[in-house]
Design a protein around this ligand. Structure first.
Ligand code: HEC
Length: 286
């Protein structure tokens, strides 16, 4: 941890200024930065997180993928997707659409995530989400979202940030990403821009580019909490909560059936950084 703190403090000053940059220039800047830092990594491989950076971990991960632990859960997600008639709320019946999320909806003036629309859909279809235990973030809900993302495998992420309010929300997400927080006073960027490849306890840090391609993901850590095939699933925003707690900052939980607007803005900015990469959800992670 000590090593990491020193490196983060030294590099914190290099965060690009929000006011001068555009989403396009942000992404170009970061692509160049990582290309220099990791010359051996193929661009598409960033979608594989730490497994793009470390050979030993990659071998373990490939072994896990031989019998994908998420498969039974994706099947359950598919049957729930049908049972709750989710397809009728989405373009193309909800199939193969994940790569376009989050997007800016000019009618409401808000950014929509796939999970946000899924929750709204379940309610619109008259499902008692509380009784059915359909919570944002995990379990059955995450399994439906994982099935939907699975049907987008191989499709290229294409998040659009038009000028105006959408750019404003993007910049809020960017600010969140670069802001120091928690008792440990770390920003997302301290770990995932300035220190990828560095060890934090037993974990190696991954790059910000590629972190959003594989969600909902299936984590061994989450799986260990129960016996159901759905236990390992969690959404990207559940992961944000874990990283915030790691630095002893607050997890911004959904409220009144809606995701926290700061996490939605963060997801918008963060997913833009994976534009051009292919969806490979659900990912398997430790
Ligand atoms: C103190 C360091 C630290 C900070 C700060 C931090 N993370 Fe993480 N994060 C980790 C570690 C460790 C992991 C697990 C290894 C990995 O994949 O990087 C991780 C994993 C992730 C993953 C999963 C990557 C994958 O491929 O599965 C995402 C997404 C993520 N972090 C996003 C964020 C965001 C967004 C923030 C800011 C709100 C943040 N992190 C702040 C340490 C940090």
């Amino acid at each position: 941890m000590r090593k990491l703190i020193i490196a983060a403090a030294a590099l914190a000053l290099t965060a690009p200024l929000v006011s001068q940059a555009t989403p396009q220039s942000d992404l170009e800047h970061m692509k160049k930065y990582f290309a220099k830092k990791f010359p051996g990594v193929q661009y598409q491989d960033y979608a594989n997180g730490v497994y793009a950076l470390d050979k030993g971990r990659r071998v373990e991960w490939e072994a896990m993928e031989e019998f994908p632990p998420y498969e039974p859960g994706v099947e359950i997600g598919k049957s729930l997707f049908k049972k709750y008639k989710v397809g009728q709320c989405f373009k193309n019946g909800g199939i193969g659409i994940k790569q376009n999320y989050p997007y800016y909806d000019s009618k409401s003036g808000q950014v929509h995530t796939l999970e946000g629309e899924l929750m709204a859909c379940l309610k619109r279809n008259g499902i008692d989400t509380e009784k059915e235990k359909l919570d944002y973030g995990k379990g059955k809900f995450a399994a439906i979202a994982a099935y939907m993302a699975y049907t987008s495998r191989g499709k290229t992420i294409k998040v659009d940030v038009p000028a105006g309010k959408a750019t404003k929300i993007y910049n809020e997400g960017k600010q969140f990403f670069y802001a120091k927080r928690g008792q440990l006073n770390f920003s997302c960027a301290d770990c995932h821009v300035y220190n990828p490849g560095v060890m934090l306890r037993s974990m190696m840090l991954s790059t910000a580019i590629g972190q959003t391609t594989h969600w909902p993901a299936y984590r061994k850590k989450w799986e260990a909490g129960g016996t159901s095939p759905l236990h390992g699933f969690g959404t990207l925003q559940r992961r944000y909560g874990g990283c915030n707690k790691m630095v002893r900052a607050k997890d911004l939980k959904p409220k009144d059936g809606k995701q926290n607007p700061s996490y939605v803005a963060l997801e918008y900015f963060h997913t833009y950084l994976s534009n051009g990469l292919k969806i490979n959800a659900p990912g398997v992670r430790q």
